[in-house]
Design a protein around this ligand. Structure first.
Ligand SMILES: NC(=O)c1ccc[n+]([C@@H]2O[C@H](COP(=O)([O-])OP(=O)(O)OC[C@H]3O[C@@H](n4cnc5c(N)ncnc54)[C@H](OP(=O)(O)O)[C@@H]3O)[C@@H](O)[C@H]2O)c1
Length: 362
C-alpha cells in the first residue's frame, strides 16, 4: 500500500523557511510527545506523503511535520484532551472539530487530502475562544492527518489516531457520487469498520459514530433513503461493528441536515430520543456537531448510548448534558474514579474544565 498518513500542525512558533512546507511541527513549548507523534504519523512514508507535502494547504501558519522512516512506537499514554475526527472536511465533521476546540480539546483531523482541508484550517485559525488565557491558540490545537479509511491498512489508521483518547467518525459516502452503487458499502460500512477496528487496536477510550435516523428501521421513510444503495443497512452494519467491538461508544443518529442552516438553532431546539424513536425530522449540522462535542466532554452521560437527534420549534431549550442524561445506556457505566467522586462533593472547588476533560464526567 503506497499511502501513508501525513500530519500537519498549525503554529506561528515555527516560521516557514520555504513558504509553507517541511518545517517543524507545533506544540513545541509543552508537547514532549511531539516527536513520537510525528514519527508515528509519518510511518511507512511514500511518494504520496511527499506529494501531499508539496501541495499542502497554502494557508499561512500551516507547516508540515518532517518525515522519518522510523516505525511507529506503540502509543504509551493517551492524551486526555486529544480527539481524532474522521470526516473532518465534511459538513458535520468540520463543525465538530471547531466545537471540540472551543471546549478545550485538541484535535487530530483525519482527512483524505490535506489540500482539501484548507478551509477547515482557516476556520479554526479564525476561531475566537472564550478562554482568552488559554495557553494554545485555536490553530495550535489542530493537527491535520492524512488518512483514507478505505484504502490504508490498519497500522496506518492506528498511527493516524495516535494518542487520541476519543474518536469521532462522521464519514459518509458522497451524494455527489450517487451513481456509485458500492459507495455506501465501501464508506458507510467498510471504511467505518476499519476505523472501529483501528480504534480498538489503538485502545481509544470512547468512539462517537454519526449514522442516521432510520438506521435499523424498515418501512417508510427508511426505504426511501435505502434507495441510495442500501445506505441505512450499511450504516446499521457499522453500528453493529462498533457495539460488538467492546469500545465505549455513542451512536448519534441525526435527522435530515440538508436544508437547515447554522441559524436553525435560533428557532429550533434540540430534541433527543433513544434508538428507533423517530421516523423523520430535521436538525442542523451545527447542532449535531455541538452535541458531539458535548458527548466528548460528558462521556458518562454519553456512555454506550444510541441517541437520535432532531430539532423542533416547540421544544424547550435545555442543556445538552441534561438531554443526554435522559437516554438509557446499553451498558453499566464503569465506577467513578476517586477524584471524580471528590469533585462531585458539595463544596468541591475543582474546575469545570478539569471535569470536562476527565473521562465519564456527567
Ligand atoms: N446530510 C444529511 O441530511 C444526513 C442526515 C443524517 C445523517 N447523515 C450522515 O451524517 C454523516 C456526516 O454527514 P456530512 O453531511 O457531514 O457528510 P459530508 O459532508 O459528505 O462529509 C463526509 C466526509 O467523509 C469523508 N470520507 C469519505 N470517504 C472517506 C474515506 N474513505 N476515508 C476518510 N474519510 C472519508 C469525506 O472526506 P473528503 O472531503 O475527502 O471527501 C468527508 O469529510 C454521514 O455519515 C451522513 O451519511 C447525513
Amino acid at each position: 500500500m503506497e499511502q501513508a498518513n501525513a500530519a500537519f500542525s498549525l503554529s506561528p512558533r515555527y516560521p516557514s523557511t520555504a513558504g509553507c512546507c517541511m518545517a517543524a511541527c507545533s506544540y513545541s513549548h509543552q508537547r514532549s510527545t511531539l516527536s513520537h507523534r510525528r514519527d508515528r504519523a509519518w510511518s511507512g512514508r511514500s511518494a504520496r506523503s511527499s506529494s501531499s507535502l508539496r501541495h499542502a494547504p497554502s494557508v499561512a501558519g500551516v507547516y508540515a511535520a518532517v518525515a522519518t522512516a522510523t516505525p511507529p512506537p506503540e502509543p504509551k499514554t493517551k492524551e486526555k484532551d486529544l480527539v481524532f475526527v474522521a470526516g473532518a472536511t465534511g459538513k458535520v465533521g468540520s463543525r465538530a472539530v471547531r466545537e471540540l476546540i472551543k471546549l478545550g480539546f485538541r484535535v487530530r483531523a483525519g482527512v483524505r487530502s490535506a489540500q482539501r482541508a484548507s478551509s477547515l484550517v482557516q476556520s479554526v485559525q479564525q476561531l475566537k475562544l472564550d478562554d482568552a488565557t488559554a495557553a494554545a491558540s485555536p490553530a495550535e490545537k489542530l493537527e491535520i492527518v492524512e488518512c483514507d479509511l478505505e484504502k490504508q491498512p490498519q497500522a496506518d489508521i492506528v498511527s493516524a489516531i495516535g494518542n487520541a483518547v476519543i474518536v469521532v467518525c462522521s464519514i459518509g459516502a458522497s451524494e455527489k457520487e450517487i451513481l456509485d452503487v458500492t459507495g455506501p458499502y465501501r464508506i458507510d460500512y467498510m471504511a467505518t469498520n476499519n476505523l472501529v477496528q483501528s480504534a480498538t487496536a489503538a485502545k481509544v477510550e470512547h468512539f462517537i459514530l454519526v449514522t442516521s435516523l432510520g438506521t435499523n428501521r424498515i418501512g417508510f421513510p427508511a426505504f426511501l433513503l435505502n434507495l441510495f444503495w442500501g445506505v441505512l443497512c450499511w450504516k446499521r452494519r457499522a453500528e453493529e461493528a462498533l457495539i460488538a467491538s467492546g469500545l465505549s461508544y455513542t451512536i448519534v443518529r441525526p435527522g435530515g441536515m440538508e436544508r437547515p442552516t447554522d441559524a436553525f438553532k435560533e428557532t429550533h431546539n434540540l430534541v433527543v430520543a433513544d434508538e428507533d424513536t423517530y421516523v423523520g425530522g430535521l436538525v442542523s449540522n451545527l447542532q449535531v456537531a455541538e452535541i458531539i462535542a458535548c458527548m466528548a466532554s460528558n462521556r458518562r452521560a454519553a456512555y454506550c448510548k444510541v441517541v437520535e437527534v432532531v430539532a423542533e420549534t416547540t421544544a424547550p431549550l435545555l442543556p445538552m448534558e441534561d438531554l443526554l442524561a435522559r437516554i438509557p445506556s446499553k451498558r453499566e457505566p464503569p465506577p467513578l474514579a476517586e477524584e471524580e467522586l471528590a469533585a462531585r462533593k458539595p463544596g468541591s472547588n475543582q474546575t469545570s474544565k478539569a471535569d470536562a476533560l476527565s473521562p465519564y464526567t456527567a
